[in-house]
Each structure stands twice: as structure tokens, then as C-alpha cells.
Design a protein around this ligand. Structure first.
Ligand SMILES: [Zn+2]
Length: 328
């Protein structure tokens, strides 16, 4: 390891297994956090309180979402009206390049009537645990890092789409001029996390599979495919250097995730327990969108896969954004 690698490793070691689990447990107290419900709104508040508690300023994106018509309802007569929705983000401001940033994200909404523990409490807790670690005393970053917890993923990526729609054109603009304040730092890359804990093989076995891994995906059919693949390789290398238990692999068919609205604008990748199209979409997770997606369903081996994804992302971002720990 180089001296820089060792510093990044010290940063990655700020992640804590029990803290990750506790954040996940905290999210599951709200049930499945389905968009439009009081439990979803309460979860957004809870996430925001946690981020503020670690010293971050937070912001919310406000947007309108039109619920889908109830299945079987007549297409004539009253149609669903748009309703207001919200999602929260926080930013670690770069010490030398505050006007540029990496976006680390996960969707906090869920469905299925359980606790949406794995989909996607696991990704939300991952992003929050990284935010907590980066708020530790003495930790500085050259480039800004934003933690975004999307809403309305399960209804069709509406929260991430609203963010792109509202904020893409604000990138890199200092406001007020001369203030050194950039409400929307220029996007350097986007790393999404969705379903992080369960790789029990397919056919599914009781225990975490012996060859369980973190799946990093980019989309070959996107404007930034080459740059996204490069970003993916930085994650694979960070996994080799810094992940304690599980390897990571890179593939090219990213789909059905909040990185999709970003992928033609900026290098974008997604991290998951399985490849979305070929594994998740083929029955690799029997708890997906089910009442059994509960905190208690998962073992420490499962939680550890989630933590390894966090180590992978933080190792990569530490390198890309120039994160270091100052002497106190
Ligand atoms: Zn999901």
C-alpha cells in the first residue's frame, strides 16, 4: 500500500459494524416507509435529524408526484391529483474544491408491508454510516461529497428524477457570487446503493453464499459508459484494498435504479448484493418487496456484506475526493 492508500484505509476503518446495524434498525422502526405515508414522512425526518446530529446542514428537494391510478379503476371520472413529496440530502463541503462533488445515494422509501430492511434500509444505512464516519473529528475532504436519500424510487425513480430536473442546471454556480458557497457543486460522479445484504446464491440457500460479492454495475448504453466503467474500476480496486470480507465485481447492465436519471449526465454506477436484471430479477432474493423483508430476517453475515459495500464505496471516495484525517 502507498501512503495515500494507508490514509484511505484509516478513513475506511472509521466505519463501524454495530453503528451500521443500529442505523438499519432505526430505519426499520417505520415499517416499509412506503412513499406518501406518514411512516415515510417520519423516516425522512428521522434521517434528517441523524444527519444534523453529526453536524451536517441538510436540505430537502420538494417535488410533485402523481399517484398511479388504482388498478382496475375506470379511466373516465376523477383521476389522481399530484401530491407534494420530499427527500433529504446533506453535504460534506470540500476544503479545496467546494464547487465539485461526488454523490453517494440510496432510496429510503420501500414497499411490501414489512420493514423494507434490505430494500432499501440497507443502502440508506450504508450512506448514513459513511456520512457519520466522514463527520468524525479531523476528517477533511478536498472535494465535496453529498449524501442523498431519494424518495419515490419504488414508484419509478421519481425522487432522483426530480433532483436531476431541478438541480442539474445549478451545477457549479457560486451563489451568492464571491461567497465560496455552491448550492449545487458540479457533479463528478454518482454512486447508488440499493439492496446490499443478501447474496445467498440462486437457487437460494439458507446461508450467505460462499461466493457472495458486491455487484458494481454501470450501463453500457449510456452517454458516460466509459467514464462510468472507470468509476467502477476505482470501486473494484478500493474493495481489494479495503473490504474486510467480500470481493466486488464489475458488470455493465445497470438498470432499475436511481443512478439511471444521472447516467447520461455524469459517470454513474450502482452497488447491489446481486445484479438487478440477471439475479434479483430472477428470484435471487425471496424477501424482495415481501412482508419478510424485516431486520430480524438477516444474519451478521448479511449485515457484513452491507458493511463491505460501505467499505468499498468509502475507499473509492476517499481516493477520488481526497479524504484524509488531520492530526488533532
Ligand atoms: Zn430498491
Amino acid at each position: 500500500m502507498t501512503a495515500a492508500d494507508s490514509m484511505h484505509q484509516r478513513v475506511v476503518r472509521l466505519l463501524d459494524f454495530d453503528s451500521y446495524k443500529e442505523l438499519l434498525r432505526g430505519l426499520t422502526q417505520f415499517g416499509d416507509r412506503e412513499q406518501g405515508t406518514a411512516r415515510n414522512a417520519a423516516a425522512v425526518d428521522w434521517i434528517e435529524e441523524k444527519l444534523r446530529g453529526w453536524g451536517y446542514e441538510t436540505s430537502r428537494v420538494h417535488y410533485m408526484y402523481t399517484p398511479r391510478p388504482v388498478q382496475g379503476a375506470p379511466s373516465t371520472g376523477p383521476q389522481p391529483e399530484p401530491e407534494p413529496r420530499e427527500e433529504v440530502y446533506a453535504t460534506k463541503i470540500g476544503s479545496t474544491n467546494p464547487g465539485e462533488m461526488y454523490i453517494l445515494s440510496a432510496h429510503m422509501d420501500g414497499r411490501g408491508g414489512g420493514e423494507a430492511a434490505n430494500d432499501n434500509g440497507s443502502g440508506t444505512a450504508l450512506v448514513m454510516e459513511i456520512a457519520r464516519a466522514l463527520a468524525s473529528p479531523g476528517v477533511v475532504s478536498d472535494v465535496s461529497i453529498r449524501f442523498a436519500l431519494w424518495n419515490n424510487e419504488e414508484t419509478g425513480l421519481n425522487g432522483a428524477e426530480a433532483y436531476v430536473e431541478q438541480r442539474a442546471e445549478l451545477q457549479g454556480i457560486e451563489n451568492p457570487t464571491g461567497s465560496g458557497h455552491y448550492p449545487e457543486p458540479r457533479w463528478l460522479g454518482m454512486i447508488q446503493h440499493d439492496m446490499m445484504m443478501w447474496d445467498h446464491g440462486n437457487p437460494v440457500t439458507f446461508n450467505q453464499a460462499l461466493d457472495a460479492d458486491v455487484d458494481v454495475e454501470f450501463q453500457l448504453n449510456s452517454a458516460f459508459a466509459e467514464q462510468s466503467a472507470q468509476l467502477g474500476l476505482v470501486l473494484i480496486n478500493a474493495n481489494r484494498l479495503h473490504a474486510t470480507d467480500y470481493p466486488a465485481v464489475l458488470s455493465n447492465a445497470m438498470s432499475n435504479t436511481d443512478a439511471t436519471p444521472f447516467m447520461n449526465l455524469v459517470p454513474a454506477v450502482s452497488l447491489r448484493e446481486n445484479r438487478r436484471l440477471y439475479e434479483t430479477g430472477n428470484g435471487a432474493n425471496p424477501h424482495w418487496h415481501q412482508t419478510t423483508d424485516l431486520f430480524e430476517t438477516f444474519s451478521d453475515a448479511d449485515f457484513t456484506l452491507g458493511l463491505n459495500a460501505a467499505q468499498t464505496t468509502l475507499g473509492a471516495v476517499a481516493k477520488l475526493a481526497g479524504v484524509r484525517i488531520r492530526k488533532q
